[in-house]
Write a protein that binds this ligand. Structure first.
Ligand code: SF4
Ligand code: SF4
Length: 344
């Protein structure tokens, strides 16, 4: 890791050059409350003064909501053409917990038996410039140990008022800075100011989840029907929590075939384990017909399954699912409720 500083005035020129030379995606104000990560051609559209984004930024750029995976043609033989488009892009302005969310997806799509080519080829071509943000009121990433990103970015910026503290995570990031910016090595004074920023940032988290012993407590509560009935009673099974989550990865693949049955495509689309049809299989059996079962399964996936498989949680504590849920189901409160219930 290299540590540098970049003057605020120089940062505008740096970003303008990147916007003109690359496909550049950054935060754009959508309405009074929310921002989205969109392609930017003019620096005036860039608005880093955001607290929340409803759509998970890294996920939708790397793991598209809907995409054609292959096209095929069936004649005497079968021709299969993979389809993916992996142009070089820069993603600017995602915060530490979203970088950690992307790190989880990187592992999920590359460390199991099947390497997901569309995802990994896009990831290789994505340069990431992170930006520290003060947490929104629902963000509890500090409780998940995800409020700070150690890796997964090329450059990470922290706003110190008149300058940015710059952590350089990769050679690509260093080359980008060398070519487009006039950053200098960070001094002791800069480190001191950075530490002060991080202390204030960590103190500003309002939402907390007590994850201590959750790994074991969860098993104890797993078959307690009364508890899960209470937790899930207002759930509409709408799936919004999965759509906004930066680490949810469930998808469905469907065939889109021409009427002559000779040509077609396989289309991948986001899916959600919270929707009743997700567990439906041929013959009409549904493995998870109840909302209580679906919710507890989602919590298992977020807070336990990947502890066993990858040594990490798949929840980064961004708080988006709390904001998106019309039934006000709150994963941080539910983590705390498990502890309270078990320790009584
Ligand atoms: S927990 Fe909330 S967002 Fe998720 S499916 Fe239920 S109602 Fe929808
Ligand atoms: S489960 Fe909720 S809080 Fe956790 S990463 Fe997903 S959206 Fe964020």
């Amino acid at each position: 890791m290299l540590y540098k500083v970049l003057k605020k005035d120089d940062s505008k020129e740096f970003l303008s050059k990147l916007i003109s030379d690359y496909e550049f995606i950054g935060p754009v104000k959508k309405d009074r409350e929310t921002h989205d990560f969109l392609r930017i051609n003019d620096i005036k559209k860039l608005d880093t003064n955001y607290k929340r984004t409803t759509i998970a930024p890294a996920k939708k750029i790397l793991f598209l909501p809907s995409e054609t995976l292959i096209q095929y043609e069936i004649n005497e033989d079968v021709k299969i053409n993979p389809v993916h488009n992996a142009k070089e892009k820069i993603l600017f302005g995602i915060d530490a917990c979203d970088v950690n969310g992307m790190n989880f997806l990187d592992r999920f799509f590359s460390e199991f038996e099947i390497i997901d080519e569309p995802y990994t080829s896009r990831r290789k071509n994505l340069m990431v410039i992170g930006l520290d943000r003060m947490p929104s009121e629902t963000n509890f990433s500090i409780s998940m140990g995800m409020e700070y990103a150690k890796d997964g970015f090329d450059i990470f910026l922290t706003d110190l008022g008149n300058r940015y503290f710059v952590r350089v995570g990769t050679k690509k990031g260093n080359d980008l800075l060398a070519k487009y910016a006039s950053a200098v090595n960070a001094s002791q004074e800069d480190f001191k100011d950075y530490d002060k920023f991080m202390d204030d940032y960590r103190k500003s988290f309002k939402n907390k989840a007590d994850t201590e012993n959750f790994y074991d407590n969860y098993e104890l509560i797993y078959d307690d029907r009364k508890f899960w009935d209470k937790v899930a009673k207002d759930c509409y099974s709408c799936g919004s929590c999965c759509l906004v989550c930066p680490t949810c990865f469930c998808f469905n693949v469907r065939d889109d075939m021409e009427l002559n049955l000779k040509k077609g495509s396989k289309i991948r689309e986001w899916d959600s384990c919270m929707i009743p049809g997700y567990g439906l299989v041929a013959g009409g059996h549904n493995f998870r017909p109840d909302k209580e079962n679906r919710l507890k399964q989602r919590y298992r996936c977020k807070l336990k399954t990947f502890e066993d498989r990858l040594g990490t949680n798949s929840c980064v504590g961004c708080g988006r699912c709390i904001e998106a849920c019309l039934a006000k189901i709150n994963i941080a409160e539910d983590i705390n409720a498990v502890k309270k219930e078990v320790s009584v």
